[in-house]
Design a protein. Structure first.
Length: 286
């Protein structure tokens, strides 16, 4: 019931006006229906045969870190995937034994229904020998891993800093016209690579030519800057252009530097992965 603030008459909750004085009814906050919050959810999958709780003998639900019948902790997991909120708190987890697990909007134990940047079948996790691996399944937006140390970049490689998606591109000179006329332009000091900002939707944004040696990427100072992105640190990363190629390293930034993965790669405990807008932590040997 909703009580009228004017005359005090209790009214059915579905009414918008008081039955006695016709005043507008304002429902209590607890009565206002709210939109459900769509988070990573657990989907039912076949239970591996023979996995039972050591305490009560009940069949264990795959992926759970505890027995749903008695609450006893589940042993024997080789790894787990943990989704993290922006503040670093754990939102959902999935324990991996030996099974292969696909992650996507439509498949897998963690289905991200609220993330439009995750493909229906985005990536898969699997064990090869003693190592846990992740492989992108030709998803639109890829899988990014947080840098530990530095990484070599190739033409076309993408990486993420803060809210920025960046792509390394080799700068190739266009061929001269058939009649030999050269294209006029600003003097070229010898740039071989550039970093291109990729806007949401895929269109190119700003382009930053890279000079030989170290190029600083930061929020307000440096060679590649994003002053409006509060998730980019003042001194975030360094891109080194050398004779042997291009190297990228993080400079101890708060939010890290993430590089898009190519093919299947082995993972280490504590690795952080960006999949769409979601951050996952990999714990191995749990």
């Amino acid at each position: 019931m909703t009580e009228c603030f004017a005359c005090g008459l209790p009214n059915p909750i579905e009414r918008h006006f008081c039955q006695r004085c016709e005043s507008v009814l304002v429902p209590e906050e607890s009565q206002i229906p709210r939109e459900p919050v769509l988070m990573a959810r657990q989907l039912p999958v076949p239970t591996p045969a023979g996995r039972r709780c050591a305490a009560c003998g009940s069949t264990l639900a795959p992926g759970f870190s505890f027995c749903v019948e008695c609450g006893d902790a589940v042993a024997g997991g080789r790894a787990r995937l943990v989704t993290l909120a922006e503040d670093g708190t754990e939102e959902a987890l999935w324990v991996l034994a030996d099974e292969e697990v696909e992650i996507g909007k439509d498949v897998g134990p963690l289905a991200f229904l609220d993330d439009p940047f995750i493909s229906p079948r985005h990536c898969r996790f699997f064990f090869a020998g003693d190592r846990l691996h992740v492989e992108d399944l030709n998803s639109l937006n890829g899988v990014f891993r947080r840098l530990r140390g530095e990484a070599s970049l190739r033409d076309g490689d993408s990486f993420r800093v803060g809210r920025q998606l960046l792509r390394l591109e080799a700068m190739r000179m266009p061929p001269p016209s058939p009649d030999g006329t050269r294209i006029w332009g600003s003097p070229n000091p010898g740039h071989r690579y550039r970093v291109v900002q990729i806007l949401e939707g895929g269109a190119p944004g700003e382009a930053f030519p890279l000079h030989e040696g170290e190029n600083l990427l930061g929020r307000e100072s440096g060679d590649v800057t994003f002053p409006r992105d509060r998730y980019v640190s003042a001194r975030h990363a360094c891109i080194a252009v050398e004779a042997e190629g291009v190297r990228l390293r993080d400079l101890g930034s708060s939010n890290g530097t993430f590089v898009r993965l190519r093919g299947a790669i082995p993972l280490e405990s504590g690795d952080l992965l960006l999949i769409g807008n979601h951050l996952l932590r990999v714990d191995v040997g749990v």
